[in-house]
Design a protein around this ligand. Structure first.
Ligand SMILES: [Cu+2]
Length: 165
């Protein structure tokens, strides 16, 4: 079979691109440890409302000053609706949904995650500026989607108070 010289160049170039793509995927996966989450926390959406953790959504401030925020995102609200967290301390958000997919975006910060029924979404961030932040659902979830919002208040707290509010 006679293959034109220029055709051959393009065939080898295409092969070369595929090799480069596969090599870069291999390098980032094994060399740089960039990979999908190895730990996925699951939860039965049917039991979220009676789950020991998620049936008591709220903020827990720990001895070291850091905080954990447990949030239920549901049609069409966040529980709790007003979240008080300490400024300058790591704040870990743990979220899940008992119904459909929601979003959880803290406007003006890097706090943003998807909330998928069946899974626990978790992220940790630190807020350096005190003040009031708007939390919105950024995944269209139904007729009341535009009303789905909450308030985050970043404030200076005495560490180690253990006060949940
Ligand atoms: Cu929503």
């Amino acid at each position: 079979m006679n293959v034109d010289f220029y055709e051959k160049i393009w065939m080898w170039a295409a092969l070369g691109i595929i090799v480069v793509f596969l090599a870069s995927i291999g390098f980032t996966t094994f060399g740089m440890a960039v990979q999908p989450p190895s730990h996925v926390e699951m939860i039965d959406p049917e039991t979220v409302r009676t789950d020991p953790e998620f049936s008591q959504p709220g903020v827990t401030v720990h001895e070291d000053g850091s905080a954990t925020v447990v949030v239920q995102a549901m049609l069409f609200a966040f529980l709790p609706n007003e979240i008080h967290v300490p400024r300058g301390q790591p704040v870990t958000f743990r979220l899940t949904s008992p119904d459909v997919i929601h979003g959880f975006q803290i406007v003006g910060t890097n706090g943003n995650t998807m909330v998928v029924p069946g899974y626990v979404s978790q992220f940790t961030t630190t807020f350096s500026r005190a003040g009031e932040y708007l939390i919105v659902c950024n995944e269209y979830c139904g007729l009341g989607h535009h009303n789905m919002s909450a308030k985050l208040i970043v404030e200076d707290m005495a560490s180690g108070t253990g006060g949940a509010r």
